[in-house]
Design a protein around this ligand. Structure first.
Ligand code: FAD
Ligand code: FES
Length: 512
């Protein structure tokens, strides 16, 4: 298992090429101005900005710095996943301008932090291109070009993405986007936070947040953190059992890193308008080497709703080889969760429950580098009593009115998952489970999640998700139990890998 508690086989390129320092667990009660829960890009950027303004900050992470989706991203800084024309239709032209402004400001902030804190994380500015699969959807490209221009984004139109040998058809050029090595950035941020007096703890899971508007108490099991404000930066909030989970859904996105000869592929960001869509960047791991790594992601599906997703890596590889014939061997394969907001805009700000001093950063879709950085800027303003021009747009309390059809579709999908309680098991006997595989088995009125390791030993757990009781599903590619309802994930020993669950799957016994 690597630091994210997933098998070594699903390590990202970033996890394989950066050393992120471990932090000791919190074992005593502490007091701070702000407690930040989660040490991904959202949590560490918030902690950094607050520490810079003189706040005392405590950061806790259930696993460690970068152990979540920031360690599994592809780290393009690019325009929102939902198109500017969709944001304009749903929220109005002024809001589309605000989204563009927040994305620009977030990218500029990351660049400034990298410069000021001298973080060696390969940050570079480069252009990004949006095209339609096989060049067939000129209408969408033209609509988006017009809406992005109206939102004051620096765009140009090209008839073909330059430097590529396959036909992209017309594409929008988004100037001055960016990319970096996300874990080197987080390691640098963590060091800066500590230099500014911030305290960071690993292996410390927040189990609950209690208290009042004056002071909150975060309980971790071993300790309590008393703080004037709490930021829940856990990718999906664990502190709210239902409201936010009806407004967003977790999708699993797959990535491969494949060798290409140095200089054979242009240094650009590339993504298409397909559904699901593909996204591409280039990574130079070693400037002296003769090859670079083309990082290609896509073929998403709802978390917990594909038990044998290995074929998705094959689909990615086929897609790459058809377009980049110079591609050699696949070096990396990994996947991770993208939280998709029903209306396409992230949830950044005050927690919708009547919690004046609890803030959340979530729903950042495939643009978490910018959304999470903008979220950190926004909550830092709110905690410091300043107004922020983006706060109404990103307010987590907003109704998902603008994405109503998406919202209804997701709720119907979640309700359908509860039907799993009534169905039989995937196997009738543990003898049907091969070494290295897992399966769901019926046991009277409940269900068991049974895994057999390479040595033949069985790990038997309750299959009932500890969040809101859906039946988890096996993920044979990652060897995890994934919940099809709200994207909780557990490893084969039941430990939580992704929330909103906070408690492990319960140990269970096979029926006699
Ligand atoms: C395959 C993939 C490709 C992507 N590509 C891009 C891209 O190109 N560009 C882009 O902008 N975005 C991209 N994203 C999205 C982006 O990576 C995420 O939105 C972003 O990393 C989320 O950061 P975060 O800080 O909110 O969460 P995370 O990085 O997941 O951090 C949350 C942390 O909270 C901790 N935690 C959870 N629960 C608790 C608890 N109860 N107590 C204590 N700690 C807890 C976890 O251990 C974790 O370390 C991609 C995501 C994936 C998976
Ligand atoms: S994640 Fe909500 S029931 Fe499993």
């Amino acid at each position: 298992m690597n630091m994210s508690q997933l098998p070594e086989s699903s390590k990202s390129i970033w996890m394989s090429t950066a050393a992120v320092p471990p932090f000791a667990p919190l074992l005593e009660h502490v007091v701070a101005d702000v407690c930040v829960i989660g040490a991904g890009i959202a949590g560490l950027t918030s902690a950094y900005l607050l520490a810079k303004e003189g706040k005392s900050v405590v950061v806790i992470d259930a696993i460690g710095v970068g152990a979540g989706e920031t360690g599994r991203t592809t780290a393009h800084f690019m325009p929102p996943d939902d198109r500017y024309f969709e944001i304009e239709t749903g929220f109005g032209a002024d809001s589309a301008k605000l989204v563009a402004e927040s994305f620009q400001a977030a990218t500029d902030l990351v660049e400034a932090i990298v410069r000021n804190e001298q973080i060696d994380c390969e940050f570079e500015r480069l252009d990004g291109y949006l095209f339609s699969p096989d060049g067939k959807d000129r209408e969408t490209i033209e609509k988006e070009y017009a809406a992005a221009g109206k939102a004051r984004v620096r765009v140009g139109m090209v008839e073909q993405v330059p430097g590529l040998s396959f036909d992209t058809g017309p594409a929008i050029r988004f100037q001055n986007q960016a990319q970096f090595h996300p874990l080197k950035y987080l390691a640098g941020l963590a060091a800066s936070i500590v230099r500014k007096g911030g305290r960071i703890y690993g292996q410390t899971r927040a189990l609950s947040i209690k208290g009042d508007d004056r002071q909150k108490i975060v309980h971790t099991g071993a300790a309590e953190i008393k703080a004037g404000a709490v930021i829940v930066a856990t990718n999906t909030p664990f502190n709210d059992s239902t409201v936010m989970h009806t407004k967003q859904a977790g999708y699993m996105s797959y990535v491969i890193g494949i060798q290409v000869p140095k200089g054979s592929v242009p240094r650009i960001l590339l993504w298409d308008t397909g559904d699901p869509y593909y996204y591409v960047r280039l990574e130079t791991l070693d400037p002296q080497a003769q090859h670079e790594i083309l990082v290609v992601g896509g073929v998403d599906h709802k978390v917990g709703q594909d038990e044998h997703p290995e074929h998705r890596y094959d689909e990615l590889e086929t897609w790459v080889r058809e377009r980049y014939p110079m591609a050699a061997q696949v070096e990396y394969r990994w996947c991770g969760i993208v939280m998709e907001p029903a209306d396409g805009v992230a949830f950044l700000g005050r927690n919708p429950a009547d919690d004046k001093n609890v803030y959340i950063i979530t729903g950042d879709s495939g643009t978490g580098m910018t959304h999470c950085t903008a979220g950190a800027m926004l909550v830092t303003d709110l905690i410091n009593g300043r107004s922020n021009p983006w706060s109404a747009l990103y307010a987590p309390s907003r109704k998902p009115f603008h994405g109503l059809s998406e919202f209804v579709k997701e709720q119907v999908n979640v309700m359908a998952q509860y039907g799993d309680w009534l169905s039989g098991g995937e196997v009738d006997s543990v003898t049907e489970i091969k070494p290295g595989d897992g399966a769901i088995m019926r046991a009277g009125t409940t269900k068991l999640a049974v895994y057999r390791d390479a040595q033949g030993e069985l790990a038997v757990l309750s299959a009932v998700c500890t969040h809101l009781g859906c039946i988890v599903g096996w993920n044979s590619a990652e060897k995890t139990w994934d919940c099809p309802c709200h994207a909780s994930r557990f490893n084969v020993n039941g430990a939580v890998i992704h929330g909103p669950a906070v408690k492990p799957l319960a140990a269970a016994e096979l029926p006699k």
